[in-house]
Ligand binder design. Structure first.
Ligand SMILES: C[S@@+](CC[C@H](N)C(=O)[O-])C[C@H]1O[C@@H](n2cnc3c(N)ncnc32)[C@H](O)[C@@H]1O
Length: 273
């Protein structure tokens, strides 16, 4: 049975309020397809029943499950490749030169989904910049979704997931086999500080960052929210730091203080002078 307009409206508003994710009219099919698994796992019968329960428990774990279900968590290891090439060839070498004296590097991955992006960066750093082992290295990775954060912290991936973009050499070096899955080795997992951060709300106190990855998340927000997030990133970035956006994202008409770094298709920005 299709979702009724009032229920769609209730979920749409709740999702906007809790995550800033915009569900335009016409996205009823998306809400239905994301809510049905929850209807079943919660032992309910219909989406109407789910909305009734949500009205009674609009804060707390059940509402969080509804928000989690409406997030799109598409990701993969080395997704889009170009940003990682830019990190390897320009950004990290430059940062290591600038910070050679203090030997500190800080990085935030602001929409880490199930963890492939932060683990990709960790492997890239370990493989190409082994001297970083002697640096004070701060690596925060965050997401809104409780379920995704659990996945990040566990670091467990199916064969299908590791087949998407992860070179075999890195798989055998950084992962261990666990039954039918692959798990990031504990010594690498513990190098990333996974936290829950809602980009649409007040951000927790974080150290100033050299690099901010904010890839493939702004697309879900309205213009006002995108502007606010880009402004917050500018406050958090060190003046010589770098920010990465997704391939379909831009700062154009949103924040004219960022300038694009000329590296093909990397979605890499600096704060202009
Ligand atoms: C498509 S994934 C992007 C993953 C990764 N950055 C990449 O490019 O492969 C988008 C992620 O943004 C998260 N997200 C959506 N709204 C958010 C919000 N308000 N605050 C923080 N994370 C959010 C979702 O939970 C999801 O995991």
């Amino acid at each position: 049975m299709a979702i009724n307009p009032n229920d769609f409206d209730f979920i749409r508003k709740l999702i906007k309020e809790r995550s800033a994710i915009i569900l335009e009219p016409g996205k009823e099919y998306l809400v239905e397809s994301r809510m049905w698994p929850l209807v079943n796992s919660e032992g309910l019968k219909t989406i109407e029943e789910l909305v009734q329960k949500l009205k009674l428990q609009s804060r707390g774990p059940f509402a969080q499950k509804v928000v989690d279900a409406m997030t799109t968590n598409e990701t993969s290891f080395f997704r889009d490749l170009h940003p990682f090439e830019a990190l390897k060839k320009i950004v990290i070498p430059e940062m290591m030169k600038i910070r050679a004296k203090e030997k500190t590097l800080s990085l935030w991955c602001g929409a880490s989904s199930s963890g492939q992006e932060p683990y990709t960066i960790l492997m890239l750093l370990r493989e190409n910049f082994p001297e970083l082992i002697n640096w004070k290295f701060t690596f925060i990775a965050s997401d809104l979704s409780t379920e995704m954060l659990t996945r990040c912290r566990e670091g467990i991936y199916s064969q299908l997931e590791v087949n998407r973009g992860l070179p075999a050499m890195l798989l055998v070096k950084y992962f261990q086999r666990e039954n039918m899955t692959w798990r990031v080795k504990p010594e690498f997992r513990k190098q990333i500080d996974f936290r829950q951060v809602n980009l649409a709300e007040r951000w927790p106190i974080m150290p100033k960052m050299d690099i901010v990855m904010m890839r493939n998340v702004l697309i879900y927000f309205d213009v006002q929210t995108k502007k606010k997030i880009l402004g917050n990133i500018r406050q958090l970035l060190k003046p010589d730091g770098y920010m990465f956006l997704g391939a379909a994202e831009t700062t154009l008409n949103l924040d004219d203080k960022f300038v694009r770094v000329q590296f093909p298709q990397a979605g890499c920005y600096k704060i202009g002078t």
